[in-house]
Each structure stands twice: as structure tokens, then as C-alpha cells.
Design a protein around this ligand. Sequence first.
Ligand SMILES: *[C@@H]1O[C@H](CO)[C@@H](O)[C@H](O)[C@H]1NC(C)=O
Ligand SMILES: *[C@@H]1O[C@H](CO)[C@@H](O)[C@H](O)[C@H]1NC(C)=O
Length: 539
Amino acid sequence: MRSAAMVHLLCAAILGAFGVSLVVADDPYRFYTWTVTYGTVAPLGDPQQVILINGQFPGPKLEVVTNDNIVLNLINKLDQPFLLTWNGIKQRKNSWQDGVLGTNCPIPPNSNYTYNFQTKDQIGTFTYFPSTSFHKAAGGFGAISIYQRPLIPIPFPNPDGDFTLLAGDWYKTNHKTLQRLVDSGRPLPSPDGVLINGQAHSTFSCDQGKTYMFRISNVGLSTSLNFRIQGHAMKLVEVEGSHTIQNMYDSLDVHVGQSVAVLVTLNQAPKDYYIVASTRFMKTVLTATATLHYTNSLAAVSGPLPVGPTYQIHWSVEQARTFRWNLTASAARPNPQGSFHYGEITPSRTIQLANSAPLINGKRRFAVNGVSYVNADTPLKLADYFNIPGVFSTSSIQTFPTRSAASIATSVMPASLHEFIEIVFQNNERTVQSWHLDGYDFWVVGYGFGRWTPTSRRKYNLVDSLTRHTAQVYPNSWTSILVSLDNQGMWNLRSANWERQYLGQQFYLRVWNPVTSLSNEYNAPSNILLCGKAAGHHP
Ligand SMILES: *[C@@H]1O[C@H](CO)[C@@H](O)[C@H](O)[C@H]1NC(C)=O
Ligand SMILES: *[C@@H]1O[C@H](CO)[C@@H](O)[C@H](O)[C@H]1NC(C)=O
């Protein structure tokens, strides 16, 4: 309660400073207490240890409204330090609550931390998941649905129901064993299966003639998925907070860390139909099925599963290019999304990021521009705040790929608040990459094969690219994004592929302004956890 009151005061102070009306201070508070424990389930037949939140696997769904204040006390009953990160929640001015090891001390076993953040100016389909160790391989993830405020129009009729599909690759192996395996330099094996909502098979009951929203997220460790529903087309309406041009799709690719929302109309004969999630770009295709059950169904699911792409990369690129912003639709705010003309702004600079898989000291690692990230024992955000030197390095990672030998560092890339930048993800490896930036969404303006050159910009979509928080990069290809760096803080830029981020394919973007101001960034929370070299300091 105390920290909630603090935010109220803080908002009032900020609003006072700007002489704005008090509407924001009225944003509702939602209080949660979540207890994290181990439990046993057998989603692929054999009992295994998983991570539960309030006894649930996957964890509880956070259902909130734009601008809600979330006060969430997370109690860690595991035997290891733990954190959750809120994937796609922008944490405006508030990287204190991002829940990654560069911004937060992990919550020790038998201890708790109360997150305090706002879903400021956001709508859409998001997820949360553990950011520590290999906990994500054991569960602890869940859905976040942010609904629009009552007076903000949505560009489609209210659906008759709203379902969440959290799908991901899944291992029978314990998370600690998987972690030891990659620690020892061995590659993560192929997954054992795919789960939808923590199960090998689940059922969604719907009425014939009605239209339902399905919020689909890829919560797996490393595998891209394709989704489809037997006999039914999906109308894409939202991607990670952007309202899209409402195209119809028979199947959709969703890469690791990404989310999409589709509308499905039950316009077929009254029987049951297969929902399928299958792995992409793998030799052995793994499949999970669920049932779309018509409440007046006359027959059980039957027939062959609807066919989807398996290794077709061009197909996926072509589909990605059809995901576009509906310029006239509004998102969280009343004005249309398209009123921000991102394509008319000249980026102040271009950052090129190349992923690689180098051997460092004889061990297999992953790197960005030749630098393989290691966590420090002190969160970088705290080192910055308390002026603790020697925790991170702002000179290790360059803004372009280098030819020098790969090295290990706690790498931070400096950036200025309000810069508008272009980032090119260059993937010279043979696997699909998935890149995520905390604190932001960004315009994905282009996908191309081979090496990016300045002339590649001619292929950019500078009119109606959508914004999202996680972008895929195809094998031996590039993906370009534009980002408006309007959110001060220490922000994690990472591979959404868990093995890769764990072994170094990440760094932090320090978005900074030399003038200390509450209008740029909030103060450290009063309940801040301290650890490493920050232990003993006082906020
Ligand atoms: C832990 O929970 C208690 C309430 O049970 C709360 O007062 C306290 O602030 C929490 N600790 C942190 C660090 O948030
Ligand atoms: C775009 O959004 C508007 C609402 O502003 C909606 O009426 C229209 O159907 C949408 N267009 C497409 C192509 O999805």
C-alpha cells in the first residue's frame, strides 16, 4: 500500500510540475500477491518439476486496462533467486521495474519484492516470464492482456469472447539440468514437444455464428511456431500493441517472444476442429493440437491436421511484410496510430548488430558485435544510480560489427534521450533470430536477404510498418527497425532465444540525459532490493 501511495504522490508531483489535469492520478490501482513455487505436472506424460505461480501452470493472466497501476508482490519460494520480466510493458520512465538482472536484484529465496508499474498508453497482447537462470524452461510465464479504456474506439466489433493461447516448445528435462548443459558448453538439445497453455491438448468452447479473439503468444525457449485452425480463417487485428490492417490468414508464424491477436468467426458446420501449433525451421516437426469446440457440435475432431509451412523461409518473409499498421485506427490513445509519421524522420545514426556463435576460452558462447554479455553481480541500473564504478563497460560493444576476436564483457551501449535511431540486425548465421528491446516498441521497416547495405533502405516500408517489441531476423538476412528513444533508462536488448541470451547475445542500451529530472525518469523505488556492490547503499 505504501509504495502505491508513493506513486500517487509522484504522479501528483509530476503533474503539478507540468500543470496538467489530474486525470492520470485517478488511474486505478490493481493489487496482486503472487507466490512462486515448484510443483509437479506431466504435460508430456512424464511427471516433471515446473514453476507455478499461485499454484497455476502457466501463471495467472494479468487482465488490465490502459494506464492501470499494478502493484504486484512477488514472493519467491524457489530454492534460487528469481525475477519476472513484463515482456512488452514499456515501463515508462521506470526501468526500475523491468525485472531483468541489469535493472533489478533478483529476489532471494523465501523473500519478496513488490513491483509497481503502470501500463501507460498501452493496449494489446503481451506476456511475462522468468528472466533468471533457465527458469523459463520450467514455466512461470503467463499472459498480459491490456484492454482499451471505455471511451477509446477499437477498430473491430467487440468479440464475443477472448481466449489466450500461450504456446511454446517444451522440454521434459529439468531446468537446472538444461542450464548445466549449456553452462558446460554443450548445445541445448531439440525440444521434446510443444505445449498450448501448459498442456498437450486443450479445448476452447465457442458458439456457432459468434466471433472470438484468440491472443496467441510464443512463450517457448527457441522455436518459431506456425498456428492454424482447421476450416477457419484468422483475421489479424493486433500485434504487440499495434492495431493492424485486418488481413485474413490460413496460418500465422509467431516467433519466440512475439504475440498476435486474431478474430475467428465460427462460420462452419457444428463440429469440433483442430487448432494446431507446429514448429518451424526444424528437421523434425513437433506439433501441439487443441480443439475448437462448437457448443452445438455434432462430431468430434477428425480428419488430417491442416497443413502448414515447415521450412519455407520465403513464405515467412512474405507474410511478415503483410503485417502493417492501420494508420486510421487508434491504439491506447484517442488519436490515430498513423499520426506519428515515423517515415518522415531522419534517424540520427545507424546501429548495426551482428549475432555470432564464437568459442571463447574454448567454450561455446553467443555474442553481439563480437561481445558476449555476462551479468554483473550488481544491476547496472543500481551501479549507475549509486555511482559505483567498474560494474559495466560502455566501450566494449561497438555500434557496428567488428573483425576482432570475440570477448566477454558486461556491455552497455550509450544513447541519448530523444534520439531517433535505425538499428539493423544482421544475421550471418543459419538460424532464425528473434530480437527483443525492453522499454520500447519499434517500427519494423524492412526484412531482406543477404547483407544489409545503405541501398537496402530503398526497400523500407516508411508508411505503414507496425510497431512491436520483438522482431525476427531470417537466416543469412537482415531486419531493420526504427526506434524513438523517448524512454530514459537502462534497457535490455536481447535475443529472445533463451540459450542465446543466457550465453551472451544481449547487452544494455543506456538511454540517458545529463539533466536529472522526474519528468524523464522516476526515482528509485522505496522498496528497492540491493545486492552486489549496491548492498548497503541507501536510495
Ligand atoms: C514484501 O511484502 C511485504 C508485505 O507482505 C511488503 O510490505 C514489502 O514491501 C515487500 N518487500 C518488498 C521489497 O517489496
Ligand atoms: C482500420 O481501422 C478503421 C477504424 O479506424 C476500421 O474502420 C477499418 O476497417 C480498418 N481498416 C483495415 C483495412 O483493417
